[in-house]
Design a protein around this ligand. Structure first.
Ligand code: NAD
Ligand code: ZN
Length: 393
């Protein structure tokens, strides 16, 4: 089969690789109909993780079951499914409590498994024609309809960015009427803003500096804030004060809910050509009101060969901890346990109450993947979210 293989920083190839085969009775073999390229793939692509060459990329996967092992009871060939990017067993201490993002049994070298990702176990990625699904009964979410119907591109986002945006909003404590600021208008940030609006948030600000991404934020009813035009925190507070704070809110001109959908490769807002890994957390420390909450879904790694300085190369960042404590802010972070959310979000899509595919900008065949990585990495030519269609030529 053909698959996207990581060769070296800034280089991926589409190569002929060995077909996957059922190895355990609990495996299933999936023919991939759509898979996504994620901002998380770019960290590996840029050589900003410990990823070694040879990995088949791709953790946002949906398709049709082709074959199941003897021990699979709930799936059969022909079933249409989407996979959480987490690979999980379903029976360990963490899985049974819903934390499939920290499965204790699937990764021989640590906690938590995933497809096509550094340090997340031996699972090949799904930017390919086929993928092997371990513990298939647990890891497949069944979908109605048929291949490439009008919901295909909504469903594929259930593998990662829709649940991840939603998780960011959950960790940020979003509630009906709440004030929310999302940093990052990449696919994850846009999904966080969209989720906050599904949850009934009152005001949603989205910060970035890429015009077409900010435009997508505006289209879903959020207020776009371009950080290249000045301090985003000051601008949000100004807008909040202009629109009229609620009685008693005078000492709280910020927001109650903050989402970091950027992570450690954040740009310095005063000098966007440079990185400042703690920029977003510094901004959130100023912007989030006392008693508020912050959800961090943008990633921070413990290994970054090209980090801005020595501590950053080991994942150590200087943070305004005193400010967080003084304000009594709750902070939640980490990899998304996709299974906590994917079924309810699927049902919102099926009922026509959510249409997350507005975020997708490009649909491409496998042959165009190397070029798409380049452009998505440069965030140019409107590359907001790219999905791959292995059948397309
Ligand atoms: P992305 O990396 O393209 O989006 C990041 C956006 O942040 C860009 O549009 C960029 O212009 C903007 N940005 C940079 N510096 C900023 C700043 N100082 N303030 C505001 N915005 C700034 O792609 P993405 O797919 O949206 O991914 C975002 C992050 O989410 C990545 O770190 C990715 O690895 C992570 N992620 C985490 C999980 C999880 O399970 N927690 C899952 C998926 C993705
Ligand atoms: Zn992803």
């Amino acid at each position: 089969m053909r698959a996207v293989v990581f060769k070296s920083p800034y280089e991926v190839n589409v190569e002929q690789v060995e077909d996957p085969k059922i190895g355990s009775p609990r495996d299933a073999l999936l023919r991939v109909t759509t898979s996504g390229i994620c901002g998380s793939d770019l960290h590996m692509y840029e050589g900003r993780t410990g990823a070694s060459p040879g990995i088949i990329f791709g953790h946002e996967i949906m398709g049709i079951i082709e074959e199941v092992g003897d021990g699979v009871v709930g799936l059969k060939p022909g079933d249409r499914v989407v996979l959480p990017f987490n690979v999980a067993c379903g029976f360990c201490f963490n899985c049974v409590r819903g934390f499939t993002s920290a499965c204790l049994t699937v990764n021989p070298h640590g906690v938590s498994g995933g497809y096509g990702y550094v340090d997340m176990g031996p699972y090949r990625g799904g930017q390919a024609e086929q993928v092997l699904v371990p513990f298939a009964d647990f890891n497949c979410l069944k979908l109605p309809g048929s291949e490439e119907d009008e919901l295909e591109d909504d469903f594929v986002l259930l593998s990662d960015i829709f649940p991840t945006g939603y998780h960011g909003a959950v960790l940020a404590g979003v509630f009906p009427g709440s004030t929310v600021a999302v940093f990052g208008a990449g696919p994850v940030g846009l999904m966080a803003a969209y989720s906050a609006s599904l949850m009934g948030a009152g005001e949603i600000y989205v910060v970035d500096f890429i015009p077409e991404r900010l435009e997508k934020a505006r289209q879903i009813g959020a207020i776009p804030i371009d950080f290249s035009k000045g301090d985003p925190v000051g601008r949000i507070m100004e807008l909040r004060m202009k629109s009229g704070l609620k009685p008693g809110e005078e000492k709280m001109p910020g927001v109650l809910c903050g989402v970091d959908a950027v992570g450690y490769q954040a740009r310095d807002t005063k000098n966007p050509g440079k990185e400042n890994p703690s920029q977003v957390l510094e901004d959130l420390a100023r912007l989030v009101n006392p008693t508020g909450s912050i959800g961090i879904v943008g990633v921070y790694f413990t290994k970054d060969p090209r980090g801005v300085d020595d501590p950053a190369r080991k994942g150590n960042f200087l943070l305004p901890w005193g400010r967080f404590f003084e304000k009594g802010i709750a902070i939640g972070m980490g990899q998304t346990p996709v299974k906590k959310y994917n079924a309810i979000l699927r049902d919102l899509i099926v009922d026509g109450r959510a249409k997350p595919s507005f975020v997708i900008s490009h649909r491409i065949p496998l042959s165009k993947v190397p070029e798409a990585y380049r452009k998505f990495d440069e965030r140019t030519e409107g590359h907001t979210k790219v999905v791959i269609k292995p059948k397309m030529h």
